[in-house]
Design a protein around this ligand. Structure first.
Ligand code: KIV
Length: 272
């Protein structure tokens, strides 16, 4: 439900923790530009993630791997300009945080300082905790991301769910604990079994935000282009379609083409 000016206080990490404690689910979406970010913010979204899914959704790549830090800065600046309530979180792209904690810290700093993001997100658990610790000890809020971590697609070999074997489930639980101990303020759980996501949610004291992880998480996130029907071929079962924008736009643009061809657009009223 759209919110009035009086309830539009900026969402902070503390507010998210408060929501978790009160049992109020957190609603998150991706955004990559000012136009959509402004609409989602006015509609009452709590967290806008400038996801590296921009690589798939906007740039037309098959994976998120080619996305660069400069591109994330550019997209984040656009989103930040349009938003006055939602917390803006920016994904750290592949190879901007894996090489060393120091490099990760510097790159996260650029996302905060140059792009104006409110927090950063990175993929992985135990293997990234030194970087997470350095950031959180120096004022950079960090959101973790476990389960299906798309930047590891070439290692995984498929986009299947993660955590269905006991070994994978144990690793996800260890990773969640490690992220919490390193100071992360929230964890995205992507495509993990609902019972495992609920177990992790009960285990940690920070909010979990699920995508394809069932209803037991403290919040939900979706890629906006999927939930509004802009992507037509990608239809996993965890995406609920709230609109069919691609159909609507195709039909509207088709009508415009016909109107131009028939010279019924523009009319005298639409001319000077
Ligand atoms: O990049 C992205 O859009 C994400 C979400 C799927 C959580 O990481």
């Amino acid at each position: 439900m759209p919110q009035s000016a009086t309830t539009r206080k900026r969402v902070t990490t503390l507010r998210l923790i408060e929501m978790m404690q009160q049992g109020t689910p957190i609603a998150a979406l991706t955004a990559y530009d000012a136009l959509t970010a402004g609409i989602f913010d006015r509609a009452g979204i709590d967290v806008l993630l400038v996801g590296d899914s921009v690589g798939n959704v906007v740039q037309g790549h098959d994976t998120t791997i080619p996305v660069t830090l400069e591109q994330m800065i550019y997209h984040t600046q656009a989103v930040v300009r349009a938003v006055d309530r939602a917390m803006v979180v920016t994904d750290m792209p592949f190879m901007t945080y894996q090489a060393s904690p120091r490099e990760a810290f510097r790159n996260a700093g650029r996302l905060m300082k140059e792009a104006g993001s409110g927090a950063v997100k990175l993929e992985g658990g135990e293997r990234v905790v030194d970087a997470v610790k350095l950031m959180t000890e120096n004022g950079i809020p960090v959101m973790g991301h476990l389960g299906l971590t798309p930047q590891s697609i070439h290692q995984f070999g498929s986009y299947r769910e993660r955590g269905s074997s006991a070994d994978e489930a144990d690793q996800i639980k260890r990773d969640a604990e490690a992220l919490q101990n390193a100071g992360a303020f929230a964890i995205v759980l992507e495509k993990v079994p609902a019972d495992l996501a609920a177990e992790v949610t009960a285990m940690v004291d920070i909010p979990t935000i699920g995508i394809g992880a069932g209803s037991g998480c403290d919040g939900q996130i979706l890629v906006w282009a999927d939930m509004l029907g802009m992507t037509t071929e990608f239809r996993p079962r965890f995406v609920r379609r709230y609109a069919e924008l691609a159909e609507l736009m195709t039909s509207a643009v088709g009508t415009y083409v016909q109107d131009v061809r028939s010279r019924s657009f523009p009319t005298d009223e639409e001319s000077y």
